[in-house]
Unconditional design. Structure first.
Length: 537
């Protein structure tokens, strides 16, 4: 008993040490500017805290759970970049602890410690944008909690635990649609386990499955009821279902898999490769008796669900790969714990040290702004902070603003509701059935509101993700040129030059300046002498 207690103390010490190590890295980068997804979540959360329901104040194809999560973080830590980063540290810490508890049940304490340490460090991976507060971190939390409760439910046989497990998996779906794959995995694993391992009677299996399904459906049912009561359900249905289905089909699978190949090649050459190599080695022991059958099937199922969530729509975005890290970390725990002796432990520690050393510039030396550049290139994320600061310092109290581009973080920094409900401009240029109607709506919104300031982002990355917009963008960009030239004048130009400091020109120094890069931003102010009324049609 004494030996077991000592082993537990050592295990918890290692896990807590890993949490402290990665939290210190995240803490050093608290001021890292928000990227556009974070900006969207923060802006929508800001509106939510003001009593404006999702899909009424701003449009989005994402489920609203992530906005509620961000609203909780902002309410707790403040309406700042640092507050959001602090919330991420909290969520990441919870994920590491839950993964340790889950892996310990599946593969033992030793394997659980390895899994927790591997997840703690790999969740920082710049290739997966792990330093940003992406929705994937928030989906992982209820998935791990639901998995842990499900394993406990098998031991007790109590229906309320199956219900609670379903609630967690259902919450993951409400945070982001990708969570549906994890909920499906949990349900199918329940049926398999109770039939093959638990030897439960069919009536008991049916009750437990029904409890799980009811729990999984409840978060979405409550969400729909609340949106309906707020008068936002129709918009929610359009953006999440009608537009969402068209969005998923925008990208050809060939293009998606080409993108996947690029990402795999990049990962293969990254400092994280030894970590993932050890994880892949953990597949082989699953076919032996060294891993219990119920655990092997669970790990395979979790891995499959993780891959499917990563592959949704064949977009294979870098942050989607955060979904797969818990399963890979457990596999790493399997690989190390299935081999006896000092050598596998040394290999695991060496892989983590190599990962940290290979990313030393990002983790320990570069400034938060420089780290943003490393991960996101010339996207105007640091510049969004400066633009917001300039407008705030010169505009006075009552002003309105629109951003022509997909940079919703600017609205969050200014704590202003946009003059259009389109915080993202991507849908306007996508080859989906509604793009032209969306463009007409944006034009109508902005001409009606006549915002005091318009920020025009002249960067491809702020308008489209893949492919050309030569056809879909004709109407939109024709209107932008005409409208801005007639009713606005330029007060600032921000020129984002690759490999050089960003050039900011405000006021008089702006005269005669011509941007030298293909990624620049122009800030416009409305001409007061021009009529603000909506032109006749």
């Amino acid at each position: 008993m004494k030996k077991k207690n000592t082993g537990d103390r050592i295990a918890w010490t290692v896990v807590i040490a890993a949490i402290i190590a990665v939290s210190l890295i995240r803490f050093r980068l608290l001021g890292m500017p928000l990227e556009r997804d974070e900006g969207e979540y923060a802006y929508m959360a800001q509106l939510l805290l003001k009593g404006i329901p999702p899909y009424l104040g701003a449009y989005s194809m994402k489920f609203p759970g992530i906005y509620a999560a961000y609203a909780g973080i902002i309410a707790l830590f403040g309406h700042t970049i640092e507050g959001i980063r602090a919330g991420l540290i909290l969520v990441n810490t919870a994920n590491i602890l839950l993964l340790f508890l889950l892996a310990r049940r599946l593969i033992g304490t030793y394997g659980g410690v390895v899994a927790a340490a591997f997840y703690a460090f790999s969740s920082l991976d710049p290739n997966f944008f792990g330093l940003s507060a992406n929705a994937e971190h928030f989906v992982t939390l209820p998935v791990l909690a639901g998995s842990l409760v499900l394993l406990k439910a098998f031991e007790s046989g109590r229906n309320r635990l199956f219900l609670l497990s379903g609630l967690f998996f259902g919450a993951a779906v409400v945070v982001k649609q990708h969570g549906i794959f994890f909920g499906t995995f949990g349900f199918l694993y329940l049926l398999w386990h109770e039939h093959k391992i638990g030897n439960a009677a069919y009536a008991d299996i049916a009750k437990r499955a029904a409890s799980f399904a009811a729990g999984a459906a409840l978060p979405l049912a409550i969400t729909c009821a609340m949106l309906s009561a707020a008068g936002a359900f129709d918009k929610f249905w359009f953006w999440v279902v009608s537009y969402g289905s068209g969005y998923v089909n925008c990208l050809p699978s060939k293009t998606g898999f080409a993108e996947l190949a690029k990402k795999i090649s990049k990962i293969a050459l990254s400092p994280a490769m030894p970590i993932y190599f050890i994880a892949l080695a953990g597949v082989f022991p699953l076919f032996t008796r060294s891993v219990k059958k119920y655990a092997a099937v669970f790990i395979f199922g979790l891995l499959a669900a993780s891959f499917l969530s990563t592959a949704q729509g064949f977009y294979f975005r870098g942050h989607y790969f955060l979904f797969i890290l818990p399963a890979l970390s457990i596999l790493a725990g399997v690989a190390v714990s299935s081999l006896k002796g000092f050598l596998p432990c040394l290999l695991a520690v060496s892989a983590l040290v190599y990962f940290a050393y290979g990313n030393a510039d990002v983790f320990f030396r570069k400034t938060p702004v420089q780290v943003t550049r490393v991960m996101y290139g010339n996207n105007p994320f640091p510049e969004s902070v400066a633009i917001a600061e300039h407008i705030r310092s010169t505009a006075g109290k009552n002003y309105s603003i629109a951003v022509l581009g997909s940079e919703p973080q600017i609205y969050f920094y200014l704590d202003r509701q946009a003059s259009t409900k389109y915080a993202y401009m991507y849908p306007l240029l996508e080859p989906q059935p509604f793009f032209l109607a969306m463009q007409v709506e944006v034009v109508r919104d902005i001409t009606a509101a006549a915002p005091d300031y318009i920020v025009f982002v002249n960067a491809i990355s702020s308008w489209t993700e893949y492919g050309s917009f030569a056809e879909t963008g004709k109407h939109m960009f024709g209107w932008i040129d005409s409208y801005l030239s007639k009713k606005y004048y330029v007060i600032g130009v921000i020129d984002i030059i690759n490999g050089e400091p960003t050039v900011y020109r405000w006021g008089d120094p702006l005269a005669g300046y011509v941007p030298s890069s293909n990624c620049h931003i122009a800030v416009f102010k409305r001409r007061k002498a021009v009529s603000d009324t909506l032109p006749a049609h």
